[in-house]
Design a protein around this ligand. Structure first.
Ligand SMILES: Cc1cc2nc3c(=O)[nH]c(=O)nc-3n(C[C@H](O)[C@H](O)[C@H](O)COP(=O)(O)OP(=O)(O)OC[C@H]3O[C@@H](n4cnc5c(N)ncnc54)[C@H](O)[C@@H]3O)c2cc1C
Length: 163
């Protein structure tokens, strides 16, 4: 990754990235699965390779070697990231941040995790099977690649009214 010469762009990118990362760790599960832990760790390692400011990325890679991501819980992840951000602050001669203020600073107003659907909602959604399956398999409304005009298996266009 090349050097990011424009200081203003570098600072804006940094602020936006830190905001995303801190908010993400503060929304990380309290008791993550191994899969979630691996995902968070990979995320930081991939970011350190692809971050579009070459010198920042290199420094961040060194930092991750010295202080590998802590992913055992939300608190562990958020505190680790706060510590790592403070390491960057110190190198850039910026004031350090009090990690006790994390929750107040990054209150995203996101609320609690979504409640699982009620049994009646589940029953309703079963009424719309995916085309081409004929098995009553429920279509995930968040599957943005799902195209209801095509048969799921063959990709052939569906006849209007045939669903
Ligand atoms: C991974 C990464 C590596 C970077 N490496 C470099 C580099 O090598 N060289 C370079 O010039 N720039 C680098 N940057 C950018 C740099 O860290 C700053 O983002 C940029 O200089 C703007 O600084 P800022 O003073 O506005 O505050 P930022 O450091 O961007 O912080 C934004 C806000 O986060 C809060 N904050 C500060 N510290 C913490 C903390 N420890 N925990 C939680 N919240 C905190 C404060 O409210 C602050 O105003 C990097 C950014 C990232 C994401």
């Amino acid at each position: 990754m090349g050097k990011l010469g424009n200081a203003t762009a570098k600072a804006e990118l940094g602020r936006a990235t830190w905001k995303l990362l801190h908010t993400m760790t503060l929304r990380f599960p309290e008791e993550p699965t191994q899969n979630e832990r691996d995902a968070l760790s990979s995320y930081f390692h991939l970011l350190s390779r692809l971050y579009p400011c070459g010198e920042c990325a290199q420094e961040f890679q060194q930092l991750l070697k010295k202080f590998p991501p802590q992913t055992s819980s939300r608190r562990a992840a958020a505190t680790w990231l706060c510590f790592v951000h403070n390491e960057v602050n110190t190198r850039l001669l910026k004031p350090t941040f009090d990690c006790a203020d994390l929750d107040a600073t990054y209150d995203c107003g996101c609320g609690d995790d979504p409640v699982t659907p009620t049994s009646s909602a589940k029953a309703d959604s079963k009424a719309t099977p995916e085309p081409g399956t004929g098995t009553g398999v429920v279509h995930d409304p968040m599957d943005l690649e799902f195209d209801p005009t095509k048969d799921k298996i063959t990709g052939v266009g569906m006849i209007k009214g045939g669903r």
